[in-house]
Design a protein around this ligand. Structure first.
Ligand SMILES: Cc1ncc(COP(=O)(O)O)c(C=O)c1O
Length: 369
């Protein structure tokens, strides 16, 4: 049996006629950037999350960069995030001009460690960027508590957590600003790059609307030094078609994750699900389902021989990447992230996977391990 890591072709076939109907008018009017579908998607996504404002941008990395810049965070400032994230979180902080301060992850949830976060605060710290890794919100009660105690801003990296809940609030709506990626493989993904910043602060939303398009204010007036980070109309239309399906897709991911957890119990370790009350909403949307395996590369190779595709998120931590040696962290600086990086293995995860495919992955793992 073949089990793909994600299954975008099946998703496309299911939505084909809706996508074609949504895209044709854009080509007829040639309304390609920041067109009507962008505003409509921004309104629906903000409503879906229960937030006031959504500002569409070109990708999730820009979303984080522009969120920090909207808060006037830049050169001379420090921004704390977790060493256990995709490189883009740090790319974005670098692009804002601020200095990235990394902290280790909590060895149960693999999200930011709160005690180490507290210990990393200096007089230059301006913001915290918690990452809701794999689809599970970070401990936002604690993050917001630290932020309140120290007068810091919170920019959530919710690029992997569309539709996840922390208590009664959606990931991305708890901090000052929340940032999403709509990269095609995300739980809500476009047909190319896309991103959004969410906020309940109208002034910040207006600033973001200017920053995403060269800093324009009145016509031909540039009060801010912005960038070009428009959300394409085509992407917004695709996202508008997919958004109504997101909760159903997330529930299917959750069910697949339950099968994995059940069948793999005792066989492999997985990052812990820290189940905070969510009143019927999903506390984890399983963008990725990650296990730990001592002999990870052999397990991945043998799964591949049986037709099962896997991934690694992320096998080389940020502080060990050549580009970020200037952050000044030696090997051994973040023991939880480092030991985890050597063992993690992401299993196939998509709403489109069949129950048989998920069971086949479990049976294959049992045979291999
Ligand atoms: C945790 C995290 N942060 C940021 C990003 C950046 O998003 P994008 O690739 O849309 O720039 C991604 C996705 O790729 C991500 O997974």
């Amino acid at each position: 049996m073949k089990v793909p890591f994600v299954d975008l072709p099946s998703q496309f076939q299911a939505l084909r006629s809706e996508l074609e109907a949504a895209l044709a008018p854009i080509y007829e009017t040639c309304d390609f950037t920041l067109g009507g579908a962008v505003g409509r998607f921004e309104t629906s996504f903000a409503a879906y999350l229960g937030a006031q404002h959504c500002v569409g941008v070109a990708n999730g990395t820009d979303a984080i960069q522009l969120a920090l810049r909207a808060l006037d965070i830049g050169p001379g400032d420090e921004v704390i995030t977790t060493a256990n994230t995709f490189v883009a979180t740090v790319t974005a902080i670098y692009q804002s001009g601020a200095r990235t301060v990394l902290v280790d992850c909590d060895p149960i949830s693999y999200n930011i460690d709160i005690e180490q976060l507290r210990a990393a605060i200096t007089p230059r710290t301006r913001a915290i960027v918690p990452v809701h890794l794999y689809g599970q919100p970070a401990d936002m009660d604690a993050v917001l508590g630290v932020a309140r105690d120290h007068g810091l801003r919170v920019v959530e990296d919710a690029a992997q957590a569309h539709g996840a809940y922390h208590g009664d609030q959606a990931a991305g709506t708890l901090g000052d600003l929340g940032c999403f990626s709509f990269y095609p493989g995300k739980n809500l993904g476009g047909s190319g790059d896309g991103g959004a910043v969410i906020t309940n602060d109208g002034t910040l939303a207006e600033k973001l609307r200017s920053l995403r398009i060269y800093g324009v204010g009145e016509p031909f007036q540039y009060a801010l030094k912005g960038i070009n980070s428009r959300l394409d109309t085509v992407q917004a239309a695709v996202l508008g078609v997919k958004l109504p399906y997101l909760d159903d897709w997330n529930r299917k991911r959750f069910a697949h994750a339950a099968t994995y957890a059940d069948r793999l119990a005792g066989l492999v370790k997985t990052p812990g699900i820290v189940n905070r009350a969510t009143e019927g909403r999903l506390p984890h949307v399983f963008h990725l389902y990650v296990i730990c395996a001592n002999d990870r590369d052999r397990v991945a190779a043998e799964l591949a021989e049986r037709g099962v595709a896997t991934g690694k998120h992320y096998p080389v931590p940020i502080h060990m990447q050549p580009a970020y040696q200037d952050l000044g962290y030696a090997q051994g600086a973040f023991p939880a992230v480092e030991s985890y990086a050597a063992e993690l293995l992401s299993l196939p995860m998509a709403a489109e996977l069949s129950d048989d495919q998920v069971r086949y992955v479990c049976d294959s793992l049992a045979a291999i391990i």
